[in-house]
Design a protein around this ligand. Structure first.
Ligand code: KMH
Ligand code: ZN
Length: 273
């Protein structure tokens, strides 16, 4: 089975002032996603922005981004329900009503950089249940060791699909540090037969992505996770980061999963968009 490459072109925090290549309009995001698709990405992890570049859960903007992406390529779309600090949970949760193939599910509240990331337990349960009703596949975001246990409790309550999909997120200030030891520990604690990737924020992005591939994980690349290609060198777009991840996969003698392979690996239902 091939490696699933996810592109994460735009995150919740950085703006064009941090890296002018950051895509922030639906058209810019879709253009970045198309380039990533052509480089081998099978999944696009999407955050959208309002006219002032602020993270938003506006359904109209998200719908436009989905339409722009779908008009360009058949990549699988994963909407972020994390959206960005300060956007209320109930607004973020409504994004799944657009029925993307996938959406993130952030199981716990936490400090996130300089902000507070609010994910109240009852709201998380309700969102997991709604995703199940709509057939939207959750990607479970694990920023700290206890978040994995929280997800396994959701599973035990019957709120998650059988095939679990995790992101091990390392390097958010307020979550696990981006160290090799943390990655090895968390990868070893994951349940059998799950699908997982590492989301390595900042400077450790390349090294931890390589480690995750060696440990049997998938890989994510893009300006959401690091604005730099290497110390002091801003990435001129998402494409250089995605190309680097694809090259890493090839250098490790692995292959990239196609859209169809990814669909079957993740047990995604068929969708008409
Ligand atoms: N922004 C990353 C630290 C989400 O969007 O819901 C984690 C993430 C989760 O991508
Ligand atoms: Zn995200």
């Amino acid at each position: 089975m091939g490696v699933v490459l996810t592109v994460a072109p735009t995150g919740p925090v950085a703006t064009k002032a941090d890296n002018s290549a950051l895509p922030t309009t639906p058209q810019e995001i879709a253009a970045a996603v198309l380039e990533a698709y052509e480089l081998g990405a099978a999944v696009a992890h999407i955050h959208v922005r309002d006219h002032e570049e602020r993270p938003t859960a506006d359904l109209g903007i998200a719908r436009e981004a989905i339409a722009e992406i779908s008009a360009r390529c058949p990549i699988l779309i994963q909407l972020s329900t994390g959206v960005g600090m300060g956007v209320p949970f109930q607004e973020r949760a409504r994004l799944v009503e657009l029925r993307p193939e996938m959406a993130t599910l952030n199981p716990c509240s936490m400090t996130f950089g300089g902000g507070e990331f609010s994910n109240p337990p009852q709201s998380v349960r309700a969102l997991a249940a709604r995703m199940q009703e709509l057939g939207v596949k959750p990607e479970l975001e694990i920023y700290d060791t206890g978040h994995l246990d929280a997800c396994l409790r959701l599973r035990d309550e019957g709120l998650l699909p059988e095939k679990l999909q995790f992101s091990l997120v390392l390097g958010v200030a307020g979550g696990m540090a981006a160290t090799a030891e943390n990655l090895v520990t968390m990868a070893a604690r994951l349940p059998q037969d799950c699908v997982w990737q590492v989301v390595a924020i900042g400077r450790a992005n390349l090294r931890l992505s390589a480690m995750a591939l060696a440990l049997g994980g998938n890989v994510r690349a893009g300006l959401e996770d690091t604005l730099y290609l290497r110390k002091g060198e801003l990435s001129l777009g998402n494409a250089p980061l995605v190309a680097r991840a694809a090259a890493l996969v090839e250098a490790l003698d692995l292959s990239l999963a196609s859209i169809e392979e990814t669909r079957s690996l993740l047990e995604l239902p068929e969708r008409q968009r």
